[in-house]
Design a protein around this ligand. Structure first.
Ligand code: PLP
Length: 413
């Protein structure tokens, strides 16, 4: 029992001077830690940490000893998550963020991109990533972002050699066209140019591929997707080497885009079933993609697990055996917005919503969501047709997902 509580109890003053306000403000502050080790990491909501010895506090503040002082600088539940992600990515360190976008922003800053130090980015990036790059440079005359099709090796090599970038950014499995870049090859060219390779691994997750092993310098995830897996937490994370992790830790102190302890705990719990969920996502997605390929009402199916996917061989080389991710893109034959919307509204099990990676199947129409910001001409140039839908295949029974697609397609054709 703490000194404060003992004094108050033994010295019980008569009312009204009974120290009740002080007692209420501090009762329970010094509860003893549990005897046994909890099997689930505790949630530490404390913002501030206090020390009996001021030298200890000052040592922590100045980075001379480990410990916590203020939760924007780090806190135990968030550290537990960071350790877990670093372990899953075989990385020296990981830093958690309040969202995938916050993580991407800090990855760009950390990589030193400036108006004079350009970035080469994949053409079919997540829309908000495109918008973020535009925002970062909006105040400058120069827009030093060069977009390239990451599946076109010659174009990637030319851009890296020609533009001398600070950083190269790509998605490992791109959104929404599900391209699979040849990571080791691009890493070699990037490093030969002295640049940093940032890989957004959100669609693949470390279950499919640990991209750092293949040459990426930073792997960024929207933890909101597969890592969390249940559509109930927004988070981002970067795994990288110790030096870059240290730099990001400093950045986040001042950007303030740190993750909260409750969110960190939910994400930690999600990670425990990542392998199981991904196995089911991948198995279901392959079945759905194969079924869609046989439908006359579907003109095109894009899935890295299908032999006719242009980078199927790269996916087989880089990804875990028989694992090609949980997202399938497909085009409804002779369809535009009206037909796709009718199809979407007819779905019963599959929900329509702009996310992915949840246990439940989710479908979006990229032309009206993730890629709305592109002009129709640019969308078509990139291969995002008016009939294209993107399905995040959930962990339900594959037969039920297929039956839902079937009945919804019947309403269109
Ligand atoms: N990266 C990819 C590939 C995404 O699909 C998304 C979101 O959909 C993000 C990053 C951004 O993540 P968040 O929504 O957690 O900020």
């Amino acid at each position: 029992m703490s000194a404060v509580t003992t004094t108050l109890m033994s010295d019980e003053p008569p009312n009204p001077n009974d120290h009740f306000f002080t007692q209420a403000a501090h009762a329970g502050d010094d509860a003893d830690p549990p005897e046994g080790r909890p099997v689930s990491p505790p949630i530490y909501p404390a913002v501030t940490y206090t020390y009996d010895d001021m030298q200890d506090l000052s040592g922590v503040l100045h980075g001379e000893r480990s410990g916590y002082v203020y939760s924007r600088y780090g806190s135990p539940t968030v550290s537990a998550l960071e350790e877990a992600v670093a372990s899953l990515e075989n990385a020296e360190g990981a830093i958690a963020f309040s969202s995938g976008m916050a993580a991407l922003h800090c990855a760009f800053i950390q990589s030193g991109i400036t108006p004079d130090g350009p970035i080469i980015a994949a053409q079919d990036l997540y829309g908000a990533t495109h918008a973020l790059l535009a925002q970062i440079f909006a105040m400058y005359d120069k827009r030093p972002v060069h977009y390239v099709d990451m599946s076109d090796a010659a174009a990637v090599k030319f851009s890296i050699e020609h533009y001398a970038p600070r950083a190269v950014l790509m998605e490992m499995i791109s959104n929404p066209l599900l391209k699979v870049p040849d990571l080791p090859q691009i890493a070699e060219w990037t490093h030969a140019a002295g640049a940093t390779l940032i890989v957004d691994g959100t669609f693949a997750s470390p279950y499919l591929i640990r991209v750092l092993k293949h040459g990426a310098d930073l792997v960024v995830h929207s933890g909101t997707k597969y890592l969390g897996g249940h559509g109930d937490v927004m988070a981002g994370v970067i795994a990288t080497d110790a030096r870059r992790a240290g730099g990001l830790r400093e950045l986040i102190k001042y950007y303030g885009s740190n993750l909260g302890p409750f969110e960190a705990w939910i994400l930690l719990r999600g990670l425990k079933t990542l392998a199981l969920r991904m196995r089911q996502h991948c198995a279901n997605a392959l079945r759905v993609a194969q079924w869609l390929s046989d439908q006359a009402s579907i003109s095109k199916v894009i899935y890295p697990g299908l032999p006719d996917h242009p980078q199927h061989a790269i996916a087989c080389r880089l990804f875990r055996e028989n694992s090609f991710g949980g997202v399938v893109a497909f085009e409804l034959r002779d369809a535009g917005e009206t037909e796709v919307f009718r199809f979407m509204e007819a779905l019963k099990l599959i929900r329509t919503g702009t996310s992915l990676g949840d246990v439940g199947s989710l479908l979006v129409y990229p032309a009206q969501s993730s890629h709305y910001y592109l002009s129709p001409e640019e969308r078509h140039r990139q291969g995002i047709g008016d009939g294209l839908a993107r399905l995040s295949v959930g962990i339900e029974d594959a037969a039920d997902i297929i039956a839902d697609l079937q009945q919804a397609l019947n309403t269109v054709h």
